[in-house]
Design a protein around this ligand. Structure first.
Ligand code: HEM
Length: 423
């Protein structure tokens, strides 16, 4: 009798605790799903769309009919932001320039928060200022000054490579003369362009491919929400393969290896070339439309709210994570006509010149705007136009399936073979 009374009381206590936990939210926190045990509202994000965080965010925004949705990942308050205006506001307000301490990112850099992209505070300011000051003349942080000859010579080598008989070392990306694996083909040349500017030296494409693949494996193994491993890191002990912890460990090893072999005797050798002509070319409009419809990073690198504040009429407590959907803002029908239709001409004025302002938010914004934006835009333009002037590309086994796979922090292409047919 006493035992069953204790059991009933414990059950009532547990249920009321669970109920309280489920519905408790900060005052005037944005509407959103309830908090379930362990992963909080993350369960609902997974249910809304298991493969793509940006699509899951869209589903919840529609469900709650709000551009801002509040959710909890475990105990951490998180807000999802959609709609062009609110996205722009969140990207540019100073109190939202913090970054989150993501478990997998910290683990990857041996328990520390290093670099620019995943840091905030004085360390971030100093690193960003230093990088932009020293790389300004090489296509970072302002227009022009990119090493045009360098990119052109990489494109020339690519064309020769595609037209050559494959070397056994390159069979992973070069099936036969004219047959190449996309996007892996670009890893070596594009990494080399950046490295050449940084350290004045070219590296073996094969070596760079290994590094680029490892970085991409890491970026695909987590997403802007940090995945389950971020909320419950102890899962790494139970199913490291399933929760992709093994990939993080292998990325960590790679960083350690590079630190051992790194030598700093190759600095210098920067070139200074103008690329203003690209601004006038119509082909860029196609690139802009691709960047708009499929931003490489569909949900911005998570931001952290630095103090209690309000956004969209709701209270946002300090340390809330902001998941800002660039994908949604780029397709907001309040800003873009026929947002789901591929229309490069939307970026051209009546004379066929590029519009001065493109309104795309694929590179984030405000004080944390992508440091490589100018460089990335110019590189994409030069490499694509160089290759398309020489070849038409035909997929060997049809177009790759973009929807059938779980994607991570970046939404890039799964590797697929193409035949490059000379023009
Ligand atoms: C198509 C190519 C690229 C896209 C779509 C892209 C997009 C982004 C986005 C969305 C962010 C977050 C910005 C924010 O929080 O508001 C970012 C940050 C950053 N990007 Fe890029 N990026 C690209 C290429 C590059 C390249 C080539 C570099 C350098 C070589 C680069 C360097 C950085 C850095 C250093 C940050 C961190 C900035 C900070 O947190 O202060 N990006 N990028």
């Amino acid at each position: 009798m006493i035992a069953s009374l204790i059991l009933t009381c414990s059950l009532i206590f547990f249920c009321s605790y669970l109920y309280g936990f489920t519905i408790t939210r900060p005052k005037n926190f944005p509407p959103g799903p309830p908090n379930l045990p362990i992963w909080g509202g993350y369960w609902f994000l997974l249910m809304a769309n298991y493969n793509f965080v940006h699509k899951a965010i869209d589903v919840l925004a529609k469900l709650y009919n709000s551009d801002i949705v509040g959710i909890f990942f475990g105990n951490t308050p998180v807000v999802h932001i959609t709609g062009y205006n609110l996205v722009k506001e969140a990207l540019t307000r100073d109190e939202f320039v913090g970054r989150c301490d993501i478990y997998v990112t910290r683990y990857r850099s041996m328990g520390e928060l290093l670099g620019i992209a995943f840091n905030d505070g004085d360390y971030w300011k100093e690193q960003r200022r230093f990088a932009l000051r020293h790389l300004r003349d090489f296509g970072f942080g302002r227009r022009f000054s990119l090493t045009e000859q360098l990119l052109e010579s990489e494109v020339k080598s690519l064309i020769e490579f595609i037209n050559s008989v494959p070397h056994p070392d390159d069979h992973d990306i070069h099936g036969k003369k004219g047959r190449v694996l996309i996007p892996d083909l670009f890893y070596g040349p594009l990494s080399n362009t950046i490295l050449h500017m940084l350290v004045g030296k070219r590296f073996e494409d094969k070596e760079l491919r290994t590094i680029a693949r490892s970085i991409l494996r890491f970026l695909r193994s987590t997403d802007a929400a940090g995945r389950a491993l971020n909320i419950t890191p102890w899962l790494r002990y139970f199913a490291p393969e399933y929760f992709e912890f093994s990939i993080i460990v292998s990325s960590q090893n790679l960083v350690e290896e590079r630190k051992k072999t790194f030598s700093d005797d190759h600095y210098g050798d920067f070139m200074d070339t103008f690329l203003s002509k690209m601004q006038k070319l119509r082909n860029e409009a196609v690139i802009l439309e691709s960047l708009r419809m499929d931003p490489v990073i569909p949900v911005n690198t998570p931001r952290r709210c630095l103090k209690n504040t309000t956004l969209g009429g709701y209270e946002i407590p300090k340390d809330t994570t902001l998941l800002i959907s660039l994908w949604n803002a780029n397709r907001d029908e309040r800003v873009w006509k026929d947002p789901n239709v591929f229309k490069p001409e939307r970026f051209l004025d009546d004379e066929g010149s590029l519009l001065k302002k493109d309104n795309i938010v694929s590179f984030g914004g405000g004080k944390r705007l992508c440091a490589g934006e100018t460089f990335a835009r110019q590189t994409i333009f030069l490499v694509l136009s160089g290759l398309l002037q020489n070849f038409t590309f035909e997929p060997v086994d049809g177009a790759p399936d973009l929807d059938g796979k779980k994607w991570g922090f970046v939404c890039d292409l799964p590797a697929f073979w193409v035949d490059a047919v000379s023009r």
